[in-house]
Design a protein around this ligand. Sequence first.
Ligand code: 9MR
Length: 362
Amino acid sequence: MDIKNMLRIWMLSLVCFCGAAACSSKEEENSKKKDNEEPEVQSLRDAPFPAGVAIAPNSLRNIAAYRELVIREASTITAENAMKPGNISKGRGEYFWDDVDYLIDFAQTNNMRLHGHCLVWYRQSVNSMPAWIQNFSGTKEEWKAIMREYILAVVGHCKGKVASWDVVNEAIADDGSFRGSTDVWCTNIGAPEYIDWAFRCAHEADPDALLFYNDYGHEYSAVKRTATNNLIRGMQERGVPVHGVGLQMHTNTNRSLQDLRTAIRTAAETGLKVHVSELDVSVNQAGAADVTFTEELQNAQFNSYMMVSSEMARLPQEQQHGITTWGVRDLETYGYPDWPLLFDKDFNRKKAYDGLYRGFSE
Ligand code: 9MR
């Protein structure tokens, strides 16, 4: 046998020996696991589609347990407020990127999708509508120009880093009409023209970003469901780049499970992606001062969360954009007791978490 062949045989034996050793140590490990009966550590990252939470950059920066939980559980995050126009832009042409860049970096480092919320929202609150837009005065073309300027700046800054956007939020009033005089965009550009325009601008800035129309009320209002689907159909007919429907789903345990199902199924009829974008399930919808979080309420909440995730899991895969809860943990921030989220105030998983998790495979 020449030296080359000897070497080959020796190498082969080494590979077999290492392989066998690895196998036996794996078997040992498995049998140890069985002996201890330790459940697998579960995480929302196991979901068949992205699942995650709305977050605040300062909580990520300052509260270690919060940050660890988000890293452990979330495969998608949305900024609850930090990416709203009023927080990004305090004056025309002025942009505040610190929080946006922090979130982009956080999402990339931890292998998460970052969903952008939101580009255009009529609501006049400090963080949703900058004063410079609310007080702007100009022709229709000038209004379209400021919208384009803002969207190109923000979506352009985030190009390739923010996977999807709520381009327009809550443009439809409770009676199914556009908002008229309460919405400066509607007043100055007209609807649905301003909605189409916002989507076209966002697409121009990042042709790869997925663009969503986001609204509330689909789980209790047939009017809202119909108006949303009509709006989407019209946009599709006009060739507007729209890729998904965001169902906020701020709901409660009094809502029937069938209603939650109907909201998701109706949105899916558009053929677009569906994002349950702001899920929370109140157990004290009436805001009573003396409610306790009984086992009965915990079970009802379990069922609501399970319905939402199981219904999402039933959609064709290409329509499952994901589920995002509107916050991380229960805190009594409303002035009355409520427990609407997946984690308690000490960051422990609740029964609601088990419900959402169970629904992935129901
Ligand atoms: O939870 C958000 C709250 O902290 C803000 O003050 C408020 C105004 O910007 O917006 C809340 O989030 C809303 C979301 O942006 C759109 N859908 C309804 C949400 C709850 O009100």
